[in-house]
Design a protein around this ligand. Structure first.
Ligand code: BJW
Length: 234
């Protein structure tokens, strides 16, 4: 084990699409990734949704349906077990919109890019659980507006969720671990620098070196289902 958890009071973990890859969910930027058949501007921006809501709903409906055929893997389970047994503060920040960390049992969890299983009404702003497909004809169950429901996810140019809590935790953590993210998307890609400024040790666990690999204190490469259980041993 490269770190000694017994001397730590606060651990922050950031996860990305790579942690869910071995559960069968595609990442974004690798070959055969989610964006191979879609332009990012079409499916991950507010302008894309205004231009073609049917296409955007189709993209997220397909991903929402896929959730029922996948289960959390050993990496998700390990983080939940670690959180239960660690005596200090633990915050898990995920960029993923899937529900695999929730199903694995993680508690102090922030979905900073939103959740596939929630809808948001752009008319009345109400956020609700959603398990069904949405279309441009869907009616908001709260205000009755047609065409105003969208996935409660964070697209480019939109404000990520929970930043205040995340930056507070980064400002006083002893260890920051980034798992399965390419480091292409801000502000998540800059979290390791915030943690560093606070004097934390920084670790990258990834299949391949991410964009900021040279900035981490420790880098370990391999599949998450191997690296995460090896690393998070109390
Ligand atoms: C494995 C594995 C295995 C594979 N085991 N690993 C500078 C500062 C601040 C902002 C910006 C900036 N420059 C530009 C911006 C704006 C912009 C941005 O970052 N643009 C970039 C293109 C540069 N950011 C934004 O617009 C954000 N909002 C914002 O900045 O608001 C203003 C603000 C300013 C200042 C402070 C605070 C706020 C919003 C970004 C929203 C991103 N949304 C998406 C879509 C969400 C919905 C959906 O899921 O469809 O989020 S984009 C997409 O990328 C998704 C992901 O969460 C995110 C990150 O992707 P991730 O997880 O890293 O996936 P991949 O595919 O890239 O990488 C997978 C990794 O896994 C790889 O490394 C593999 O090796 C690895 N892997 N198998 C372990 N088995």
């Amino acid at each position: 084990m490269p770190v000694d958890f017994s001397s730590m009071q606060s651990v922050v973990v950031l996860t990305g699409a790579g942690i869910s890859a071995e559960s069968g969910l595609s990442t974004f930027r690798l070959k055969d990734g989610l964006w191979d058949n879609h332009a990012v501007d079409d499916v991950a921006t507010p302008e894309g949704f205004l231009r073609n809501p049917a296409l955007v709903h189709q993209f997220y409906n397909a991903r929402r349906r896929q959730l029922s055929s996948v289960v959390p893997n050993l990496a998700h389970a390990t983080l939940a077990t670690f959180e239960r047994n660690f005596t200090g503060e633990f915050l898990l920040v995920t960029q993923n919109i899937d529900d695999l960390h929730d199903r694995a049992g993680s508690q102090n969890l922030i979905h900073m890019h939103g959740e596939l299983l929630k809808s948001r009404c752009i008319a009345c702003r109400r956020i609700r659980p959603v398990a069904m497909d949405m279309t441009p004809d869907s009616l908001c169950p709260d205000c009755g507006q047609q065409g105003a429901l969208r996935p409660d996810v964070v697209w480019f140019e939109e404000m990520p969720i929970g930043l205040e809590q995340i930056y507070s935790a980064l400002a006083c953590c002893d260890l920051f671990v980034s798992i399965g993210t390419s480091g292409n998307v801000y502000p998540a890609a800059g979290f390791f620098q915030e943690a560093r400024r606070a004097g934390a040790q920084t670790v990258e666990l990834n299949l391949d070196p991410g964009e900021h690999a040279s900035g981490f204190d420790i880098c370990l490469y391999g599949p998450a289902t191997k690296l995460v259980p090896d690393f998070f041993q109390l």
